[in-house]
Design a protein around this ligand. Structure first.
Ligand code: AQP
Length: 344
């Protein structure tokens, strides 16, 4: 089989999105936002508040609008510059929904049935899950490919969805005899912070929807709350060891070491070189200090942006215009390739 998608020769472009489903946490910051900021200087970047994804689970309409502004404020507070990167709300670029429908007719049921996020989020009562939740990864493929994005910075939890986007791009190109029309987007996952775990259970990822607020550090937490959460984080009675191998069956300890390393810009092993042999009574206060020192400037800027919703709206308006202008010719070409009566 020839790999038609790989013959893409268009420019490199980065796309990623964050759902407006509540407070952002340290995992979102290290796994996504911080990477976005690093990429905006070297790449053509598009970052979206993915409100269409949010409604795959029940949302309060009034809260959705506020949460959308909050995520945009967090993007800006983390250091995204709207003159460099496009920042917009997904629903303001309807081309995502149009391409999603075309892709629904390309993707196979069996592909989607293998998606672990659907299984986790639908839980035991899958009959009651929305069709949108099942279709989430197809919309995600449309988000990326409607801008012909070539690179997608995400946390490790999104790796499987990215693979599906690649499969859809490849099948579309092959079935419609359009070699290289869509790129095969590459995940940008590697690096520190790709998978930050819950402070209460080192085997579960840190998540906005975890019912326990003590499981995560929110970007909106004040310094005392952050320190209290780290103090209460689950650990074990053993001191930190000398090497990472010795942490393989201590997920909570490994997670705290990983957070320290990611924020300090060093390797996990460097943390053990400094703290190996010491207990959590010594390590946790050092970690608290580092977390607070790293997040405080972001929290301050975040609050400043939130105090000016009109300024956030202006950023989203301008971003929406720029996003629509990139998506329009792609949709028009897709319609032509698929044989619709009108290019649109
Ligand atoms: N724990 C994590 N570690 C590293 N990266 C993470 N991301 C999420 N959790 C972690 C990355 O953050 C980006 C935005 O994610 P999202 O809000 O769109 O959706 P999500 O992955 O479903 O995040 P949550 O916190 O788990 O939200 P809920 O609880 O609402 O589902 C993505 O790049 C993600 O990889």
């Amino acid at each position: 089989m020839t790999d038609t998608a790989n013959s893409y020769t268009g420019p490199e472009r980065v796309f990623s999105g964050v759902q407006p489903t509540g407070n952002l946490h340290l995992g979102n910051y290290l796994g996504a936002l911080r990477k976005f900021v690093l990429l905006q200087d070297s790449h053509d970047c598009i970052f979206s508040v993915v409100d269409l994804h949010a409604i795959t689970m029940p949302q309060e309409p009034g809260a959705l609008k506020e949460n959308t502004r909050q995520i945009a404020a967090a993007f800006l507070a983390a250091g995204l510059d709207p003159d460099k990167a496009i920042i917009f709300a997904q629903s303001s670029s309807p081309a995502h929904m149009e391409l999603c429908w075309y892709f629904n007719c390309v993707a196979r049921m069996g592909w989607l049935e293998r998606m672990t996020q659907f299984k986790e989020k639908a839980g035991k009562d899958k009959e009651r899950a929305s069709v949108g939740l099942f279709d989430y990864p197809v919309l995600q493929a449309a988000d990326i490919l409607v801008y012909k994005a070539t690179h997608v910075p995400v946390g490790e939890d999104q790796k499987q969805h990215l693979e599906l986007s690649r499969d859809i791009a490849e099948k579309f190109n092959r079935e419609y005899d359009a070699p290289g029309f869509f790129p095969q987007p590459e995940p940008l996952i590697k690096g520190p912070g790709a998978r930050i775990m819950s402070l209460k259970d080192g085997t579960k990822k840190m998540s906005k929807s975890d019912p326990s607020d003590l499981s995560r550090i929110n970007l909106t937490d004040d310094a005392d709350t952050m320190a209290r959460k780290i103090k209460k984080a689950k650990t074990d009675p053993e001191p930190l060891p000398a090497s990472m191998n010795e942490l393989s069956d201590r997920p909570e300890a490994r997670n705290l070491v990983g957070i320290y390393a990611a924020l300090n810009g060093c390797e996990d092993q460097d943390v053990l070189n400094e703290y190996g042999g010491q207990g959590f009574g010594a390590f946790k206060p050092a970690l608290s200090e580092l977390v607070v020192e790293s997040l405080a400037p972001i929290t301050n800027r975040f609050n400043e942006w939130l105090a000016d919703p009109a300024a956030i709206d202006a950023v989203l308006e301008k971003g929406g215009e720029r996003a629509r202008a990139i998506a329009a010719p792609v949709i028009s070409d897709v319609r032509d390739i698929m044989g619709f009566w009108k290019k649109g």
